[in-house]
Design a protein. Structure first.
Length: 389
């Protein structure tokens, strides 16, 4: 891989789109304890919001090849951002659980469209340098994630009944980004005469897809219910536990920005294996901790570990797609949807029946599955360019 990487205007526009939806994810995921407290629901019912988000990702994944074919990736990204703002507005203005669930579904569909488009457009735009571009774009997105977590948690401490209002800050930012960048993102899209990308994918792709699912499952299980475990272990309030998840987002942001630069000399699979191993170490410390300080440090390490997994595992799927990136990312969105829908829900059910501490045993199992698949289903080595040493 070449040593230089130029973050052009395209990079910053697409990265900012992703940061906007991650502000919502950062505020929404860890705030499950707050939402549950507002609505007076059990862990199982509260976790249905994660299920709604997961279903949205599945729907967006199936639609991705057709959307990319009809609209082009640039317009698809902006449409996704528009759908996201609609769902977010409905979520804030609709307090009862029977209304927040469909609102979450709509916002989740738009979120998945933005993320899917980021992956395919950056992979196409940057080529082999996508191994740096995509993690760093996710690093920018982590700023949104951390800001959302910190802001929503802080509002919950100061004025508990108004925490959802903070999510609306994404709407003026999205409008401003569109007005400032629409002339720079015009895409002359020509539909492929062969139609949307389709066809069968290889066995290696689907095995890697299972590993990708395990990676995302472990990430969302931690981010959705880490605040609940903190509350159980150290006795902190729901609001303070939510703010504490900033440590997780901070680790993710630092890992995505600097990890891509520090590790780019290593092979793709080696990078991913290292990240998964680091996540495992951080999780063991977090699960055994009864100290707020150690828990915060452990969450930071977990954040470092999961930081690049989504990007690197997505690049592996594209590599196994036989030149069909839109199809591959559509199927990856299916994996993400299953992970988001099932993992937090299952953890919530186990938490209701066995306690959140015992329920968390499922996370290291997922980590081991992901590590094993990456180890035994290696990606094809990249050919060296003639001008590289």
């Amino acid at each position: 891989m070449t040593k230089s990487f130029h973050r052009d205007r395209f990079f910053w526009i697409v990265a900012t789109q992703t940061a906007i939806v991650n502000f919502y994810l950062g505020g929404f995921g860890p705030a499950q304890s707050l939402l549950r407290q507002d609505q007076g629901t059990s862990l199982t019912i509260a976790s249905l919001h994660g299920t709604a988000m997961g279903l949205a990702s599945i729907f967006a994944g199936y639609a991705n090849p057709s959307i990319a074919h009809r609209l082009g990736r640039t317009r698809a990204g902006w449409m996704g951002l528009g759908i996201f703002t609609l769902g977010l507005s409905l979520f804030v203005l609709s307090p009862p659980v029977f209304l927040t669930l469909p609102a979450t579904l709509i916002a989740g569909f738009g979120t998945s469209m933005v993320i899917n488009t980021m992956l395919t457009s950056m992979s196409h735009h940057f080529g082999r340098q996508a191994q740096v571009a995509i993690p760093q774009a996710n690093g920018i997105a982590s700023i949104g994630f951390v800001t959302g977590t910190a802001l929503i948690g802080t509002i919950a401490i100061i004025s508990p009944g108004l925490w959802r209002i903070g999510l609306l800050l994404t709407i003026p930012i999205a409008i401003t980004l569109f007005l400032l960048s629409r002339d720079a993102t015009t895409e002359e899209h020509v539909r492929d005469t062969a139609g949307p990308q389709d066809g069968k994918l290889s066995r290696r792709f689907w095995l890697s897809w299972v590993g990708f699912t395990a990676c995302i499952s472990s990430e969302f299980a931690v981010s959705f219910w880490a605040a609940a475990l903190l509350k159980d272990r150290v006795g902190s309030s729901a609001a303070i536990s939510t703010v504490a998840i900033v440590a997780l987002g901070t680790g993710m942001g630092i890992g995505r920005w600097y990890g891509a630069l520090l590790l780019r000399r290593f092979a793709l699979d080696t990078q991913l294996l290292g990240m998964i191993a680091l996540q495992f170490l951080g999780f063991v410390c977090f699960w055994l901790s009864h100290s707020m300080a150690l828990s915060l440090f452990s969450l930071f390490v977990i954040g470092l570990g999961v930081s690049m997994q989504f990007a690197l595992a997505s690049i592996r799927l594209i590599a196994f797609s036989d030149g069909r990136p839109d199809l591959a990312i559509g199927r990856s969105s299916l994996a993400a949807g299953i992970a988001i829908a099932v993992a937090p829900f299952l953890l919530g059910v186990l938490g209701d029946n066995f306690g959140i501490s015992r329920a968390y045993i499922m996370v290291p199992v997922l980590i081991v599955i992901a590590f094993t698949i990456v180890k035994f289903v290696p990606s094809a080595p990249e050919p060296r360019a003639s001008h590289e040493l």
